[in-house]
Design a protein around this ligand. Structure first.
Ligand SMILES: *[C@@H]1O[C@H](CO)[C@@H](O)[C@H](O)[C@H]1NC(C)=O
Ligand SMILES: *[C@@H]1O[C@H](CO)[C@@H](O)[C@H](O)[C@H]1NC(C)=O
Ligand SMILES: *[C@@H]1O[C@H](CO)[C@@H](O)[C@H](O)[C@H]1NC(C)=O
Ligand SMILES: [Cu+2]
Length: 276
């Protein structure tokens, strides 16, 4: 059997425990914990692509922190099922929640006060179907790596405050309209440097339609291609679909995974532990 089993997924659909939240961030291997994330009120998904909640989740509380980043920095967002838990013993997002991940950024006047659904977003990273033998998804790569997903702040973007929007789209019940589950958190950052680029943008809501081919989809069949929702990522390309089995080896060192969430920002220049 080359494709996802519907029987396995059906048993997990009702499980609230399978829900998840992006809640921590690392900058060049340095753990910033939850110091600049707008933590969602719950780990429940957003299911309406036309709701304002699709931007930065339901009434997520603004953080007081703004994390310092620079073009070229390796940023790692970190997802877990339950708040303030970082154990690698539990999958980041339940096993049946197969689907892509997207990272967007929006330049804003003030990251602590900016409203996600009023902001203008460009995509900076995406990972969808990474292998068709057997079908293997971005969320499975996330689970292989203790919930960590690393992307690069694009070179040349103008300095200033930004929101970063990290998103998983779970497709386990996406064969009916409104079935796809969107799990997103927004992070508050300030980009340094002297860039001038302002990439073309989309709006949330607006960027997705409930009938997009990557949102209204039956994944319980052999898929050889998958169209990731939203615009083309800026300055990066989407990973191609491998036709060989995906290597399910963790690149995140679980031995170095912290068990607690820092409550204060680390000192810039401290030694990180390497990114994945
Ligand atoms: C979110 O905020 C709006 C406006 O204050 C309120 O009507 C709604 O009930 C809130 N939702 C949740 C889940 O707290
Ligand atoms: C953003 O707004 C907050 C709250 O009003 C303020 O303390 C902070 O200085 C502002 N930041 C910038 C970059 O303007
Ligand atoms: C994966 O896709 C390739 C190219 O479309 C196809 O030739 C191959 O048979 C597919 N693999 C499986 C296991 O279906
Ligand atoms: Cu769920």
């Amino acid at each position: 059997m080359f494709f996802k089993s519907l029987a396995v997924a059906a048993g997990l659909v009702a499980s609230v425990a399978a829900h998840a939240t992006f809640q921590e961030m690392w900058i060049n291997g340095l753990d910033y914990g939850s110091t600049c994330v707008r933590l969602p009120l719950s780990n429940n998904p957003v299911t309406s692509v036309t709701s304002d909640d699709i931007a930065c989740n339901v009434n997520a509380t603004a953080s007081s922190g703004v994390c310092p980043v620079n073009p070229g920095d390796k940023i790692t967002v970190e997802m877990h099922q339950q708040p303030a838990t970082r154990s690698c013993a539990t999958q980041a997002i339940g096993g049946a929640h197969y689907g892509p991940m997207n990272i967007y950024m929006a330049k804003v006047t003030n990251a602590t006060t900016a409203i996600g659904y009023s902001s203008s977003w460009f995509k900076v990273a995406e990972i969808g179907l990474v292998s068709n033998d057997s079908d293997y998804w971005g969320t499975e790569v996330l689970n292989d790596n203790c919930g960590h997903y690393t992307f690069t702040i694009p070179s040349g973007i103008a300095p200033g405050n930004y929101l970063i929007r990290a998103e998983v789209i779970a497709l386990h019940v996406a064969s009916t309209v409104g079935g796809a589950q969107f799990y997103m958190s927004c992070y508050q950052v300030n980009v340094g440097g002297t860039g001038t680029a302002s990439p073309p943008t989309v709006k949330f809501p607006g960027a997705y339609s409930a009938s997009d081919p990557g949102i209204l989809i039956n994944i319980y069949t052999q898929l050889n291609t998958y169209q990731i929702p939203g615009p083309t990522p800026y300055l990066t390309t989407s990973p191609t679909v491998a036709t060989t089995p995906y290597p399910t080896t963790a690149t995140w060192s679980t031995a170095l995974q912290p068990s607690t969430v820092p409550t204060v920002m680390p000192t810039a220049g401290s030694k990180g532990i390497g990114t994945a």
